[in-house]
Design a protein around this ligand. Structure first.
Ligand code: FAD
Length: 318
């Protein structure tokens, strides 16, 4: 029987939402589905999330002293789990954690990784067909990992639908890392900085090429702070060195699924828009009424991005 293993990432109140989406897809792809979870301790929230995941079992690595994502610790645990389970398929959410780990595991097992898949299926030869946009989104490529195993793919949040289940059985198999890594990890000091994920708050403020100067970011940082929002950007601002790549939305950045996205001075390229498909409401501020983003916005605001941002700040009581 084919086994699909999913990397389970902790999230607010249990697991990251992409885990339930991957679990639902894995059930379609394989008769046997399992997860690998790395955490400080198995909390009640995590246990509840595992029970409703539909996975048959979870391999649990507890690092009591490691409070955040540590790439060396997490890589070692996932690699150990892959050795034990020998899955045909290994899926990661396209989160910062998933995007960091998938290529490391791919390299360790000398197999391929397909990033940001938009569809996964099994062909007549039992291989995983990994479909994703290529050439800037102009074609869809179907990629096979012909011989090496596992077949590894990352998938962004919102691409597949979660299938909420009634609480069921999910066996928890406690695992320990073999070798010298263990004592070092248990002290919590593997030397790596924790990775923080951006763009997960319900409101996101995004700035783009319309921003003239790096110093102008202050206005949008203030607005984001006032709205309790994450500040994100288009690729142009990463290229100009205004903001780090971790804040980029789009095909080669993060996909977000905010309740409300406020875009300032962003044209709405196909690459940018591919990262906002999961957004519930989009407000675009642009001085060009013909800009693509204005056609895609629920609330198009024709005007100068600085003037509108100042007016919003004033309305919010600043
Ligand atoms: C393979 C590939 C991957 C890519 N991946 C990404 C990606 O992940 N994310 C991404 O964003 N891009 C990506 N790009 C780049 C993408 O094609 C665009 O170049 C980019 O999205 C443009 O960013 P922008 O709309 O912010 O800037 P611009 O195209 O410069 O648009 C600026 C907008 O601001 C408006 N504006 C200017 N001044 C003002 C003002 N004072 N007030 C109001 N409005 C104003 C203008 O009317 C314009 O619409 C990728 C490209 C390729 C080829």
């Amino acid at each position: 029987m084919r086994t699909a293993l999913i990397y389970l990432q902790e999230g607010p109140g249990g697991l990251h939402p992409v885990c339930a989406e991957l679990a639902a897809k894995a059930t379609e792809l394989a008769g046997d589905t399992a997860g690998v979870l790395i955490c400080r301790e198995l909390t009640g929230d995590l246990t509840a999330a595992l029970r409703s995941s539909g996975l048959s079992r979870v391999y649990l690595y507890t690092f009591p002293a490691v409070s955040a994502f540590r790439q060396e610790a997490h890589r070692a645990a996932v690699a150990d789990c892959v050795e034990r389970v020998k899955p045909e398929i290994l899926l990661f959410g396209a989160t910062l954690e998933g995007r960091t780990l998938a290529p490391m595991i791919g390299a360790a097992f000398k197999t391929g990784v397909t990033a940001d898949c938009t569809e996964l299926s099994i062909n007549s030869e039992g291989q995983l067909v990994q479909t994703r946009p290529a050439f800037g989104g102009r074609i869809m490529a179907s990629i096979l990992t012909r011989t090496a195993r596992p077949q590894i793919a990352t998938v962004r949040q919102g691409v597949f639908k979660a299938q909420p289940r009634a609480s069921g059985d999910c066996a928890v198999i406690p695992c320990e890392l073999p070798g010298e890594l263990r004592p070092r990890l248990q002290t919590g000091d593997d030397g790596a900085a924790p990775v923080l994920e951006q763009g997960r708050r319900p409101v996101v403020v995004a700035v783009g090429g319309g921003l003239k100067d790096k110093a102008d970011l202050v206005l949008f940082e203030q607005l984001a702070q006032k709205l309790d929002a994450d500040l994100m950007c288009s690729r142009v601002l990463v290229e100009r060195g205004f903001l780090p790549q971790g804040r980029q939305i789009g095909l080669s950045g993060s996909a977000i699924s905010a309740e409300l996205l406020l875009c300032f001075g962003i044209s709405g390229s196909v690459q940018f828009l591919s990262g906002v498909k999961g957004v519930k409401r989009l407000c675009a501020v642009n001085e060009d009424r013909e800009a693509e983003i204005m056609k895609n916005a629920d609330y198009p605001v024709l005007g100068d991005l600085y003037g509108v941002a100042r007016a919003m700040l004033a309305a919010a009581g600043d």
